[in-house]
Ligand binder design. Structure first.
Ligand SMILES: C[S@@+](CC[C@H](N)C(=O)[O-])C[C@H]1O[C@@H](n2cnc3c(N)ncnc32)[C@H](O)[C@@H]1O
Length: 308
């Protein structure tokens, strides 16, 4: 694993938006294999500080080794929704920049044991933090047909959610669904070859988002992060599907409002404070060249905002 190569997505664009103070304090919420953290460090002065975290133990261990000679970085194995806890542990007041590159890494997808891919046989788990919560097989083998259909529809945006949920429930009467490939086989059997990969990706994404509560953790992280940005500090988020991107867009937009009173109130009673300026009217997306070199970048969207 020490030789694992990962190409960070939209690296230059992320750094341009993120770094305003070269001796500042920064937070990388999704350390992964350290691609963006390394880029951030390269652009900071010797007296700067970077706090980086990853909920995945393998990513944490890998990056801990990778940066063992670097005194400007502190590495955590915490969920990014605990940014406030990490900040307290470090006795910090806030950050000049907060960055996140959401989702799973290509290592997690390529690593058979991690069980994130439908292409290779592994335990049907899908948790990034294997020490917490329930795994995907428990959900798939115990939830009602309607609950399963709702998860597949809501988090996978898959229109055949009902049909897939019905098949899962028929199959599990005969045998428990405990592996990635047994779930994949059920989906493949009822999907035309043309849509197979897309459908499999959507269903696996749906259960992954659900078991990790990815959208709930993202919301918590964004609200806490805005609280923790110093004035003029930047928040930069890379997302890879519409559900995440919508949350980022809506929370940023809400934070640009200085009043949320109903329109017919003669005077403002809400005391809402405008806290952000949006820096990317439209999300920044990778160039064709970047997508050619790094296929994972194809669906990336970068949104950035500045604390007022
Ligand atoms: C796309 S990868 C990041 C890659 C990284 N930017 C790099 O260049 O190596 C996303 C990483 O975020 C981690 N992650 C996802 N959700 C998380 C969360 N809620 N808290 C902390 N880490 C999370 C995943 O485990 C994964 O390693």
């Amino acid at each position: 694993m020490m030789n694992y190569h990962h190409t960070p997505v939209l690296l230059n664009e992320s750094l341009q938006y993120l770094i305003t103070e070269k001796s500042g304090i920064y937070f990388d919420a999704t350390l992964g294999f350290g691609g963006h953290s390394q880029g951030i460090l390269k652009n900071l002065n010797p007296d700067a500080l970077l706090i980086s975290t990853d909920v995945d133990l393998d990513a944490f261990k890998f990056s801990k080794k990778k940066f063992n000679q670097e005194h400007r970085i502190k590495i955590y194995n915490y969920n990014f929704s605990q940014i406030d806890v990490i900040t307290k542990i470090e006795s910090l007041d806030g950050y000049n920049g907060i960055f996140a590159d959401l989702g799973v890494s290509s290592f997690q997808l390529d690593n058979i044991e991690a069980g994130f891919s439908f292409r290779s046989e592994a335990k049907l788990d899908l948790r990034m933090d294997k020490s917490k919560g329930v795994d995907a097989s428990e959900i798939i083998n115990s939830y009602s047909e309607e609950e399963l259909a709702n998860i597949i529809y809501k988090y996978g945006e898959e229109k055949n959610s009902r049909k897939i949920a019905r098949k899962i429930c028929e199959f599990r009467k005969i045998s428990k669904i405990n592996t990635t490939t047994s779930l994949a086989k059920i989906i493949e059997d009822i999907t035309s070859p043309k849509f197979r990969i897309k459908t499999l990706s959507r269903v696996f994404q749906a259960f992954r988002i659900y078991v990790n509560d990815e959208l709930g953790q993202l919301e918590k992280f964004l609200h806490k992060s805005i609280e923790l940005l110093t004035r003029g500090g930047r928040i930069v988020i890379l997302s890879y599907h519409s559900l995440e991107d919508r949350i980022v867009k809506e929370i940023f937009k809400y934070e640009t409002l200085d009043c949320i009173c109903p329109k017919d109130y003669p005077v403002c009673k809400c005391n809402k404070e405008r806290r952000l300026n949006i820096l990317t009217k439209k999300p920044v997306v990778p160039s064709d060249d970047e997508i050619r070199i790094n296929y994972r970048a194809r669906s990336a969207k970068l949104r950035a905002a500045e604390r007022i």
